[in-house]
Design a protein around this ligand. Structure first.
Ligand code: NI
Length: 164
C-alpha cells in the first residue's frame, strides 16, 4: 500500500469525467487500498479516483464507525430522497468549508472490491459522502453547489469558532 498525492483545487483532472471500471482486478484492488491509506493519512471521510489523478469510477468512504472503510467501484445513485443542509469540505480544498444541500438518503448500486454487485442505503453523513464522491467522478466539485456566502477559510491550527 502507498499514500498517494491528493490533487488540489486548480488541477484540471478534478474537472474531468471518470471512466467505468470494466474488470475489478488486482490493480483496482491495490488502488482502492492506496486510497483508503491516503484517506486515513488525511483524516478524510471520502476520496474519489480523480483526487489521486486516476480517472476511474472508484471511491472510498470511511465514517470511522464499526462498518470500516467502504470501497465502491462504478457507484451509481439509483434513488435519492429528501434534503439535508450540511457543512462540507473536501480534501482537494484544504481548510475550506461551506454549507451545501445534499440528499438526506440515497440508495446506490456499485461493485465491491471483489467485483460483486452491491446495493447500499445511506442516510445522513453517509448519504452526504456518497453524493460528494460520486460528484467527483463526474468532475463536479462541492464549491459548485454551495449555498452562496457560506464559504469559510479555516486556518488548520485554529478551531472553526475562533476563525469566524
Ligand atoms: Ni471531495
Amino acid at each position: 500500500m502507498a499514500i498517494r498525492i491528493v490533487r488540489e483545487n486548480g488541477d484540471e483532472i478534478l474537472r474531468k469525467k471518470s471512466r467505468e471500471v470494466e474488470v475489478v482486478d488486482d490493480r483496482i484492488r491495490e488502488l482502492l487500498d492506496d486510497m483508503v491509506e491516503t484517506l486515513h493519512s488525511y483524516n478524510g471521510v471520502g476520496l474519489a479516483g480523480p483526487q489521486i489523478g486516476i480517472l476511474k469510477r472508484i471511491v472510498v468512504i470511511d465514517l470511522y464507525d464499526d462498518k470500516g472503510p467502504i470501497k465502491l467501484v462504478n457507484p451509481r445513485i439509483v434513488k435519492q430522497k429528501g434534503e439535508q443542509e450540511v457543512e462540507e469540505g473536501c480534501l482537494s480544498f484544504p481548510n475550506q468549508f461551506a454549507k451545501i444541500i445534499r440528499p438526506a438518503e440515497v440508495i446506490i448500486e456499485a461493485l465491491n472490491e471483489k467485483g460483486k454487485k452491491i446495493k447500499i442505503k445511506g442516510e445522513g453523513l453517509l448519504a452526504q459522502a456518497i453524493s460528494h464522491e460520486i460528484d467527483h467522478l463526474d468532475g463536479i466539485l462541492f464549491v459548485d453547489k454551495i449555498i452562496p456566502g457560506t464559504l469559510e477559510y479555516v486556518s488548520p491550527d485554529s478551531n472553526k469558532d475562533e476563525s469566524k
